[in-house]
Structure formats: structure tokens, C-alpha cells
Design a protein around this ligand. Structure first.
Ligand code: CTP
Ligand code: MG
Length: 359
């Protein structure tokens, strides 16, 4: 028990045990929460059908990718029937928003003129969901559905991914570095960092690059692109073992500590873009033209753009970390260093490991 010796972390076994037996079961939603959310979804889908007959409301984000925490919000996306009258997302936000307001006791806020128009709902507490529920409804966002499916497929390939992501989600929220509106990174961005780490940094790799494997026989060849974006990936988990099997047996405790080490000391933030779809896992910022630091957004605020760069797996011109300011990145890296230090301090008791979350 004397700290990190020759790349082996002394606390890793305790940490692994804590994560698997105590932490994960205590943070994931129970079945009744899933059921209540599914009920709410079905009800909202009926209302959407009144606005546009045949409309579907599909879940994406954490409720659909296996990374949900207790009381996480529900992300829904509305798709109109093929033969439905064409309406703009802004118009739909106003129509459906008004109907929900009339028919329910939900608190409704509509953002018809946002870059991505959405309806924000807050549902009051009920017996099965005592904390109430927050829900965002967007429209026709096919790429969000596809990237959710990509994350879900990665989660099914190796269970260590989900444990790491759940820990990071709780930890980044407690440490207040999971807020894209306040200069830090979305959960989606952190998940991409973990996939990069498991697929491209760890040797031998723990995850394959699902966007580079030859497509399985079951692939639907008519749906490989959407609006010019390549959305194809290897999605047949049952067929995966014939093309990829990891020989890396690192425990989640070791991986978590090593994730913190890598992103506090090793990753080249100044020069590189994290790109899970690429062969190497990273690209030069200059290759993507993402090396220009300062940009002014439409509201006239000057932001430190592209300090942290994470390429979206499908929308290649989209930097998922564009919300992260210079200060935000400084804080995030500081938190990575702090977590690494706590987890590798020799005198920590097993219970003390929770301190990395709780301060
Ligand atoms: N998304 C996206 N681009 C972003 C952020 C999010 O496309 N910059 C989409 C992704 O499909 C993602 C979903 O929105 O899966 C939800 O993102 P986010 O709220 O960050 O992740 P959750 O897993 O829902 O996390 P949380 O529980 O913190 O809400
Ligand atoms: Mg969400």
C-alpha cells in the first residue's frame, strides 16, 4: 500500500470494489423511475400526435444510452410522419409548447428561436418520481439519435465504460465542471473523452473503433449517410467478437486513476483535437482549422474558442467542447490533477476514496 509504484496503482483494487459494489448501484435509476419516464413520454407523444398526426417522440441522451443517473433529465426528440405537413422546428415548439401548457400542470418554457429550438418542461413531483422530472423536447434531430446509439453500442461492448462514465458524471457535477452554459463541458463531451481513452490511449485497446471496423453483414446499406454526414458504424454487438476482442484486463479502478493521469499530464491540449472516429484518436488542430483561439459569437461575447477540442463523431465540423472557456479548461484540468492526487495518496482508507467526489 505505498502509492503508485511502476505504473501499478496501490489503491486500484479498493477503488474497483467501491465503484462496482457501492457506487454504481447507488447512483443508477430504479425501474420505477424508468417506468414513470416512459409513461410521461407516451403521454407527451399523444399530445405531439394532436399537433402533427403520426408524430413520434423518441428518447436520446442518457435515458437511451445507458449512462443515466437517478433523476437525470429526459431528452426527447420529435419526428413528424413522412406525409405530415411541413412545419419549421420553431413553429412546432410554439404549437406543442402551448398544447402541453393547456393540457398539463407542467411548467413549460419554449425556446423557439434558439440555435436548436426546444421545449423545456418541468414536471412536478409524484409518488414514483419524488424529485420531479425535467424534460427537453427537440425536433427532427436525427444525429442526436445516431450518436446516442453509438454511445450505447460502445457501452455494450465493454462494461468498464459505463462504470467510468457514471463515476465521471457524478464527480463532474459535484465538482461543478459539467455545465456547458457556464464554460465547462457537457456529459456528452466527457463520454467522448472516456471512449477516446479506452479505444486509443490504453494499450492493448479496451474498445474497438466502431467507426473503422468493416461493417457487419447485418448493416443497412441504404442508411450510411444523413445530410452528408457518414453515420455508419459497426452496431452488431453479437457479431463483434469475430473482429474485436480485448486482451486488456485492467480493472476499472486502475483505468479511472489512469484516465485522470492522462488528462492531467499527458494529453496535448494545445495542439490536438480528440477524434474518436479517427485512426489515431487525435488530429492536429491545424488540420481542422481549430487552432484559432478567439472567436465572437452572434451575441457579441468574445469566447476563447477551441481551447479544448473534441470532434463530434458524425458532425465533423462541430466541436463538442466549444462551450469550454479558457478558465473552464483550467478548472477542469485542475480537477483532474486533484482527483489523481487523492486517488494515489498512500494513506487513503478505502472509505476515503469517496473523498474524491465529496471534497
Ligand atoms: N448532444 C449533442 N451535442 C452536444 C451535447 C449533447 O449531440 N454538444 C446530444 C447527444 O445525443 C447526447 C445528448 O444530446 O447523448 C444528451 O447530452 P448530455 O445532456 O450532455 O448527456 P446526458 O448523457 O443526457 O447527461 P446528463 O445526465 O448530464 O443530462
Ligand atoms: Mg441529458
Amino acid at each position: 500500500r505505498d502509492g503508485a509504484a511502476s505504473g501499478v496503482y496501490a489503491h486500484a483494487p479498493e477503488l474497483t470494489h467501491y465503484l462496482q459494489s457501492t457506487f454504481v448501484p447507488s447512483v443508477v435509476p430504479q425501474q420505477d423511475e424508468y417506468d414513470a419516464k416512459e409513461q410521461a413520454r407516451q403521454y407527451l407523444e399523444k399530445l405531439a400526435d394532436q399537433v402533427s398526426p403520426g408524430a413520434k417522440l423518441l428518447p436520446f441522451g442518457s435515458m437511451a444510452n445507458g449512462f443515466a443517473l437517478k433523476n437525470s433529465d429526459m431528452d426527447l426528440c420529435c419526428f413528424l410522419a413522412k406525409d405530415a405537413p411541413v412545419r419549421s422546428p420553431s413553429e412546432l415548439v410554439e404549437l406543442l409548447g402551448r398544447l402541453i401548457e393547456q393540457e398539463t400542470n407542467f411548467y413549460v418554457k419554449t425556446l423557439p428561436r434558439a440555435r436548436i429550438p426546444i421545449i423545456k418542461l418541468t414536471m412536478p413531483p409524484t409518488a414514483s418520481v419524488p424529485a420531479g422530472m425535467a424534460c427537453d423536447i427537440g425536433f427532427e434531430n436525427r444525429l442526436a439519435l445516431e450518436n446516442t446509439r453509438l454511445l450505447l453500442t460502445y457501452a455494450m461492448v465493454d462494461a468498464r465504460l459505463r462504470t467510468l462514465v457514471l463515476f465521471l458524471k457524478v464527480w463532474t457535477k459535484r465538482r461543478k465542471i459539467n455545465n456547458p452554459y457556464r464554460g465547462t463541458l457537457s456529459s456528452y463531451g466527457y463520454v467522448l473523452l472516456v471512449i477516446h481513452f479506452l479505444a486509443h490511449v490504453k494499450q492493448p485497446p479496451i474498445l474497438p473503433n466502431l467507426q473503422r471496423l468493416p461493417l457487419p453483414e447485418s448493416a443497412n446499406l441504404d442508411e450510411l449517410t444523413f445530410e452528408g454526414h457518414d453515420i455508419s458504424f459497426f452496431d452488431d454487438v453479437d457479431a463483434l467478437p469475430s473482429v474485436f476482442q480485448t486482451t486488456n484486463g485492467d480493472s476499472v479502478g486502475e483505468l479511472l486513476i489512469d484516465f485522470f493521469r492522462y488528462f492531467s499530464k499527458e494529453f496535448n491540449y494545445a495542439g490536438l483535437v480528440v477524434s474518436i472516429r479517427s485512426e489515431a484518436g487525435t488530429m492536429q488542430k491545424t488540420t481542422k482549422g481549430w487552432h484559432i483561439d478567439i472567436e465572437t459569437d452572434p451575441e457579441g461575447t468574445v469566447r476563447d474558442q477551441h481551447k479544448l477540442c473534441i470532434e463530434d463523431p458524425f458532425q465533423l465540423d462541430y466541436n463538442v467542447a466549444r462551450t469550454v472557456t479558457k478558465d473552464g479548461l483550467y478548472t477542469i484540468r485542475g480537477e483532474f490533477m486533484r482527483a489523481f492526487r487523492i486517488l494515489t495518496t498512500p494513506s487513503r482508507s478505502p472509505e476515503g476514496i469517496g473523498a474524491v467526489i465529496n471534497s
